[in-house]
Design a protein around this ligand. Structure first.
Ligand code: PBG
Length: 328
């Protein structure tokens, strides 16, 4: 028997390209963007390298630049001043709030975009939890779902393409789907954060939103990092309740979850490479330990290989630029 030589299939760049199993493309990415009340320009975020907090004005310029790079899908997050936050997060239902005005402005200028909004109360609550809390500090499920329904309807009315409930309350996908259908929003997709883990990798995001927890943690609603069957159950429930896309978050430490949800559902799978996953690559680069863009490319490739059809990543614009230049 002659020596078996798998290296033949890796012998030069052309053969390697011919045999490459998956590729990253601008269409794979969703770019998270932060918007804040006010005039003027963008401001850098201290804990998220190369990411900015935008006014509606600078947000429109940013989206124009992204579209020129072939990047068309965006996840929008509002940054709310602490003076506007409260225990019930009531500003979430203000139709003149910065997020809703941003959605209308983007859709008027760039109707070809796909806009996705988080449905959760944490940007608006002074205690930093995703829902309403009782006097003992417990996050209330059914009462929170009622508010999330109103939030999703407001976003849909403003012209959002997809709502993404990220709160992990029970039954919210079914409740939001029913409300959207009954109000005639039959084209609004639901991206369900089906498996959102109680992760330490959300730090830079919470810093960007000034959303520090006043008490407790999110472990009574977000998933235990030690569990995968729990994620499969949540994914199956969200699918049954009417989700269009299932999202897993964070991404890189949870590739097994992505792969398994992929094999158990026919729905498209999204993965969210979260703020901490992104920021640590740049922190390592700053120390001279690795090249952040190379690490970004490799991690995104691996997330896609594990089974993600679309990836939320703060690296979307950097990668789109490199892909447009054929520089990867
Ligand atoms: C809020 C929400 C969080 C993120 C997205 N939506 C934070 C949290 O649950 O505490 C994190 C995103 C990131 O870290 O990039 N529901």
């Amino acid at each position: 028997m002659p020596l078996i030589r798998p290296r033949r299939n890796r012998k030069n760049a052309t053969v390697r390209a011919l045999l490459q199993e998956i590729r990253l493309h601008q269409d794979d990415f969703v770019y998270p963007l932060f918007v804040v009340e006010g005039e003027g320009g963008r401001e850098p975020l201290a804990h998220l390298p190369d990411i900015y907090r935008h006014t509606i004005h600078s947000l429109l310029l940013e989206i124009e630049e992204c579209l020129a790079l072939g990047l068309k899908s965006f996840a929008l997050f509002p940054i709310i001043a602490s003076s506007e936050k409260g225990p019930r997060g009531s500003r979430a239902l203000d139709s003149q709030g910065v997020l809703l005005r941003a959605i209308r402005a983007i859709k008027a200028a760039f109707p070809e975009t796909c806009l996705i909004t988080d449905v959760a109360l944490d940007p608006y609550t002074d205690h930093g939890h995703d829902g309403l809390v009782d006097s003992a500090g417990q996050v209330l499920n059914d009462e929170t779902v009622e508010v999330l329904i109103q939030m999703a309807l407001l976003h849909a009315e403003a012209g959002i393409d997809m709502v993404a409930p990220s709160d992990m309350m029970d039954g919210r996908i079914g409740a939001i789907r029913t409300a959207l259908e009954s109000q005639g929003f039959i084209h609004t997709n639901i991206v369900s954060y089906a498996a959102k883990y109680a992760s330490c990798f959300y730090g830079p995001f919470r810093e960007a939103l000034s959303s520090q927890l006043a008490f407790g943690d999110k472990r009574s609603y977000q998933l235990n990092p030690a569990n995968i069957r729990e994620a499969l159950l949540e994914a199956a429930l969200d699918e049954r309740e009417g989700a269009d896309i299932l999202l897993i978050k964070p991404a890189l430490p949870y590739l097994d979850v992505i792969a398994q949800v992929r094999s158990e559902s026919a729905l498209p799978i999204a993965a969210y490479q979260v703020s901490g996953e992104y920021a640590m690559l740049f922190a390592a680069e700053k120390n001279g330990f690795l090249n952040a863009d190379a690490a970004l490319y490799e991690t995104l490739l691996c997330i896609k290989r594990a089974g993600a059809d679309l990836i939320f990543t703060y690296g979307a614009k950097r990668m789109a630029r490199k892909l447009a230049q054929n520089a990867l």
